[in-house]
Structure formats: C-alpha cells, structure tokens
Write a protein that binds this ligand. Sequence first.
Ligand code: ATP
Ligand code: PH2
Length: 166
Amino acid sequence: MSRVVLSLGANLGDRAGTLRAALAALAEDGPLAHSGLYETPPWGPVRQPPYLNAVAVLGGDRDARAWLARAHELEQAAGRTREVRWGARTLDVDVVTVTGEHGEPVVADDPELTLPHPRAHERAFVLVPWLAVDADAELPGRGRVGDLVAALDPAEVAAVVPWHEG
Ligand SMILES: Nc1ncnc2c1ncn2[C@@H]1O[C@H](COP(=O)(O)OP(=O)(O)OP(=O)(O)O)[C@@H](O)[C@H]1O
Ligand SMILES: Nc1nc2c(c(=O)[nH]1)N=C(CO)CN2
C-alpha cells in the first residue's frame, strides 16, 4: 500500500468538468481525499488562460511508476496531447510525492519521474490546495506544507482563490 499526492490542473475546455471527472475516476482506485477547486493565475513563462487546480491524496497498491502511469492515463482520458512545456492543457496531473507502506518517502532523480516533484515547494497552486486537504502535510526534504505556504509571496497565495461554479 502506498500513498500518493497528485496535483491536477486544467486551463482549456470545460476545466471544472475535466477535474471532476478525473477526481471521480481516482475515487474508484481507492480511498481518496481531495481539495476543492481553486482558480489560479498561470505559473511559468507561457502566456495562457487561468487554471483550475486541485490536489488529491489517495492510497492504493501502485508503486511510484504506476502512479505516474495512472496520471498519464487520466491526462489522455481528458484528450490531452503533448504540447509546449508549461503551456496550456486540458489536464495536467503531476505526482507530487509518494510514500511507502511505512511512511517512507520515495525519492527519485529520474527525468521520467522525479520525486518529490522538484517544483512543488514553490507553487502556491499545489501547496494551498494540499494544505486544505491535509493541515499536517509534509513535503519530504522541504518541510511542512504550512511553513512552505507561509514562506511564499503573500500575493501568490492570495491569488489562489476557491472556485465556485457560476
Ligand atoms: N513527479 C512527476 N510528476 C509528473 N511528471 C513527471 C514527474 N517527474 C518527471 N515527470 C516527467 O515530466 C514529463 C513532462 O510532464 P508535463 O508535460 O506534465 O510537465 P509540465 O506539467 O509541463 O511541467 P511540470 O513538471 O513543471 O509541472 C512527463 O512525461 C513525466 O515523465
Ligand atoms: N496556475 C497553474 N499554472 C500552471 C499549471 C497549473 O496547473 N496551474 N500547470 C502548468 C503546466 O506545466 C503550467 N502552469
């Protein structure tokens, strides 16, 4: 049994519908806790529309590679094709961190799967929803998620806004 933290983002098409469908599919894999949806300004160098983001925490029998494969499966189900790095997409699912049976973090330095995710600690769109799901969350090697959020630019944190339909 492993535990995985996934970051989900969408900024093309029916963003909320896409995220809800992905979360519903993940709920079929095993026990799931997830954040609400947050609207977030695009991170990175590419000009693009705002994202909806969410974080899911779930358990299951998969190892880290199998969680990455599951993430890619969900992206493909949402009609995602590979595009420019950090560019717009119907669905992006990143593996933030995986912990093993005894709570030990999986650490990997492979470009195909780097764990914990090398940019998660600086992304308000990951940390704020994650903290909402798990107030005691810890990002291995980086510290408590609450402390990481406190260390971000307050304007970036404030820009991660709970999203409501309508
Ligand atoms: N922890 C990880 N989670 C997801 N993908 C990863 C991870 N580590 C490495 N990768 C690799 O990164 C590749 C590119 O992924 P993707 O296109 O989603 O990147 P991105 O979302 O644009 O950038 P970022 O990783 O900064 O969010 C994937 O094919 C995958 O093999
Ligand atoms: N706010 C936000 N910005 C992003 C996101 C994302 O999920 N949310 N994903 C990206 C893909 O690399 C690039 N930029």
